[in-house]
Design a protein around this ligand. Sequence first.
Ligand code: FE2
Ligand code: FE2
Length: 354
Amino acid sequence: MVNAIAQHEQGAAAPPETGAAAPAGPAPALPPSCGPISAQVLGTLFGDGPPAGWCALVETVGDPLTDLDFQLGLWLSYEPHYADLPGLDRDPEWDPALLSLRAALEERFERALRDLVGELPTGDPVAVLRRLTGSGRPSPLALHLGRDASREQFIDYLAQRAVYHLRESDPQSFTLPRVTGAAKTALAELQYDEYGAGRPERLHSRLYANALTALDLPADVHDYLPGVEATVFTTVNTMSFFALHRSLRGAAMGHLAAFEATSSLPCRLIATGAHRLGLPPAVAAYFEEHVEADSVHEQVAIDDICGALVRAEPLLGPDVVFGAAACLAVDELAAQAFWARWNADPEPTGEAAS
Ligand SMILES: [Fe+2]
Ligand SMILES: [Fe+2]
């Protein structure tokens, strides 16, 4: 793994590493930048001012949703809200230069997300959420993990997804003070479950760390960064972007509803895959925890959170739908990246739906 501090001092950008996650080892380093955008964000984290021509540079990116440099840069710009970056001896969380850089990335990011989802369905937002998420068909990726994935593919999936699940539910917590009344109570109820329902050993992020540790993989997000796919960063950045902007609280909650409503059945399939491959019990345990929990969370998120939110603030309805559509669309982009990594094609899902 390239030490980003040394790299920053040298002003060099290293190519991204690919493949499975780094093995467990000593303390992680900052990730290597992989292009001009992530290099500039790293520089700003270290105290450089905003670079000249930043907005023009951001506009040169073809598709920000699939561009690793763009997504790593955006991820790095959010990271001070979640954790200390290894090797960084200053606190950049509210550094105006960093916020200025991030604002340009976010403006471009939101445009790309809205382009991706296109025209939004109209009507009662709760009914639209049910339509968007209610196919009853598992995703081809979950089917593959359940039935056919090799041990290497399965572990690669776990390692890629670590960048979210080791922080599971943390982005959505930023939304809690941004909603009120019944929506706030329901969101707190859902988050209470995600955070272990009073038992630290049952934190969902802890359960995921247990699964990784059982496979001799590291349990620190920073260890995984050099190999994370652009679109996996996109799924995480979408959550941070929505949750950290009060004006997008509707999108944050619509995203949560789509996320929870499309989790239970895939988790059952993936748990089956863990058993099929003879992986340590902690792996299946993480997914089994979500089979029942997320079938409940689906109702809480759609009816109790989003339903209450749009009753209290009807003007947020289109944002709720936008957040849900964005969740499903970026998840599909990430799924395509997994098929590409594994040189495989999605399986048809028709037979599984019957
Ligand atoms: Fe969870
Ligand atoms: Fe959940």
